[in-house]
Design a protein around this ligand. Structure first.
Ligand code: GDP
Length: 296
């Protein structure tokens, strides 16, 4: 994962460690290389700027430069900043509310939203022993509701019976009612995707959120789309109160730009990473572990 970023930073770190004393100019030169490494990994520009400013400010402090191992200290500052940028701690799903805890899944078409809905439902059922109901609110794409029903059968999780002709808000209402009446702990709402962010989509998200009062609104983004993923995240953040991000296709993500940008752009943690097509290919996102992997 993130091999070229790893190699690049490794090179910068080797140079720093190999030196005895460091001047402020040395630190600034190293930070310029860190900046290039992050930009090449496709990290969003404002995130790169903030990263480099923060790390430089800490690293040019006299305590660091006058210490016995300034190189080591600068390396540690960059590593800590990396972990912070990725989100510091692992974040659990918020399901500890009066049932049903509603988890609303949002994102563009093709991001992996429906698959992720089924993956999370399976996890909640198996690991947390929760009784989960899934409902697809996607009335635009033919067969979207059937797709979720098929996945439901595969992971052995209930799906809301399909009633033709209902609007997303009507389906959400019906799902809430069914979840309450039938004693489900968690209700997962798989909302409609679009090819691009548009106002109708955002209005639909807001209307559904008003009805369902979700404990979680998780944005699903494809990590392979890099800067596009960042732009999508920033559009959604402005319009719906996201509580977390799921990054899919981390199994194929060689660069890491989306992962490194997401926390800063949305202000919310990456909660899970999708790591394959199989329905158990999802993992809680551990910022420190990912940082460690990048740093080798
Ligand atoms: P949606 O349109 O956002 O609901 O996307 P889907 O859930 O239908 O997923 C689109 C495709 O991406 C499917 O073929 C999934 O199997 C695949 N997919 C989803 N998540 C992952 C992931 O984490 N890794 C890989 N390799 N494929 C994924």
């Amino acid at each position: 994962m993130f091999d070229s970023l790893s190699d690049r930073l490794g090179g910068v770190f080797d140079k720093l460690r190999g030196r005895g004393a460091l001047t402020e100019a040395d630190v600034r030169a190293a930070m310029r290389e860190v900046r290039i490494a992050l930009l090449e990994a496709d990290v969003a520009l404002p995130v790169v700027r903030e990263f480099v400013d923060k790390a430089t400010e800490k690293a040019v402090g006299s305590d660091v430069l006058r210490s016995i191992t300034p190189g080591q200290m600068v390396v540690k500052i960059v590593s800590d900043t990396l972990t912070e940028t990725l989100g510091a701690d692992t974040s659990e799903l918020i399901i500890d509310v009066t049932p049903p805890a509603v988890i609303m899944m949002v994102g563009l078409q093709g991001s992996g939203k429906t698959t992720t809905t089924a993956k999370l439902a399976k996890r909640l059922k198996e690991r947390e022993r929760k009784k989960v109901l899934m409902a697809s609110l996607d009335v635009n794409r033919p067969a979207a509701q059937e797709q979720l029903a098929v996945l439901g059968t595969q992971v052995d999780v209930a799906t809301l019976p399909i009633v033709a002709g209902q609007s997303p808000v009507e389906i959400a209402r019906r799902a809430m009612q069914a979840a309450k009446l039938q004693g489900f702990d968690v209700l997962m709402l798989d909302t409609a995707g679009r090819l691009h962010v548009d106002q109708a989509l955002m209005d639909e998200m807001k209307a559904v959120a008003d009805v369902a009062n979700p404990a979680e609104i998780l944005l699903v983004v494809d990590s392979l789309t890099g800067q596009d993923a960042v732009n999508v995240a920033s559009s959604f953040t402005q319009q719906v109160p996201l509580t977390g991000v799921v990054l899919t296709r981390m199994d194929g993500d060689a660069r890491g730009g989306a992962a490194l940008s997401m926390r800063a752009v949305t202000g919310q943690p990456i909660k899970f990473a999708g790591t394959g097509e199989k329905l158990d290919a999802i993992e809680p996102f551990h910022p420190a572990r990912v940082a460690q992997r990048i740093l080798g």
